[in-house]
Design a protein around this ligand. Structure first.
Ligand code: ADP
Ligand code: MG
Length: 253
């Protein structure tokens, strides 16, 4: 794509992956990934297990390192420069399948740990911010409990609140509901929908196709380390182009 053909300004683009490749040893896990996410855009990523979805989003905040091509987040290119990695991690929140809360800390302490120790926010201020986000995810009354005392859906909402406490401009979700009992899925999806409505830039790996239809600006299908196709949800579901996408959709819908 030439500069002239690119009508988006740098300001509009939250995330850009350009000709990105990654290998795990000899294994070529991501192949020529090209993706541009606008500010406020919501992307849903789906695809079979092992297709590289987690690896792709983990590369965006450098939980994994790519070997070729460019990753640019909020205008900052990811390189080995530790300062830039820190800058990008400030911008990007991540929520995992298995919550990853600290079991020996209360909900409130989980939410204030990074603001206090990484951002040097005074404790009282960090706690006030944490309570605001715990209210947002509708569990302020759980603040003094430990993660083990909460349901899976509540723990995942704590994980979302914890991310929001760092004031990210971009949120990455890696199958946030796939470890949950069915009756808890909607409370987490509702939280994500409200974040989306507030304009958060989001990349969500999920097989919740109802969520994709409601929230996504674009649905992307990955297989064997490649982006096979991407389209607005209606087009994606009504008229998938690739046989691999059709097969995948027939298996999950
Ligand atoms: P998905 O999230 O789509 O299920 P992943 O990104 O987790 O896929 O994995 C893509 C492929 O890379 C899989 O074949 C997986 O086994 C492999 N893989 C993932 N993490 C590692 C790793 N740390 N080392 C080696 N191979 C890995
Ligand atoms: Mg995965």
């Amino acid at each position: 794509m030439s500069e002239a053909a690119n009508t988006q300004t740098q300001e509009d683009v939250a995330i850009q992956l350009i000709g990105m490749h990654k290998w795990y040893g000899e294994f070529h896990v991501l192949k020529d990934i090209n993706l541009s996410v606008e500010r406020g855009e919501k992307i849903v990523v789906c695809g079979p297990s092992g297709s590289g979805k987690s690896t792709m989003i983990r590369c965006i905040n450098r939980l994994e390192e790519h070997q070729q091509g460019q990753i640019i987040v909020d205008g900052i290119e990811l390189t080995n420069d530790v300062k830039k990695i820190d800058e990008i991690r400030r911008e990007v929140g991540m929520v995992f399948q298995h919550f990853n809360l600290f079991p020996h800390l209360t909900v409130l302490e989980n939410c204030t740990l990074a603001p206090i120790w990484v951002r040097k926010t005074p404790k009282e201020e960090a706690e006030a911010v944490a309570m605001k986000f715990l209210e947002r995810v509708k569990i302020p009354e759980q603040a003094l409990k430990y993660p083990g005392q909460l349901s899976g859906g509540q723990q995942q909402r704590v994980a979302i609140a914890r991310s929001l406490c760092m004031n990210p401009r971009i949120m990455l979700f890696d199958e946030p509901t796939s470890a949950l009992d069915p009756e808890m899925i909607s409370e987490v999806l509702d939280t994500m929908i409200s974040l989306a409505e507030e304009g958060m830039t989001m990349i969500c790996v999920t097989h919740e196709m109802g969520f994709a239809k409601t929230v996504a600006d674009r649905v992307m299908f990955m297989d064997a380390g490649e982006i096979i196709e991407q389209a607005p949800p209606q087009e994606f579901f009504d008229n998938p182009q690739s046989d691999r996408t059709k097969l995948f959709l027939s298996q999950i819908l």
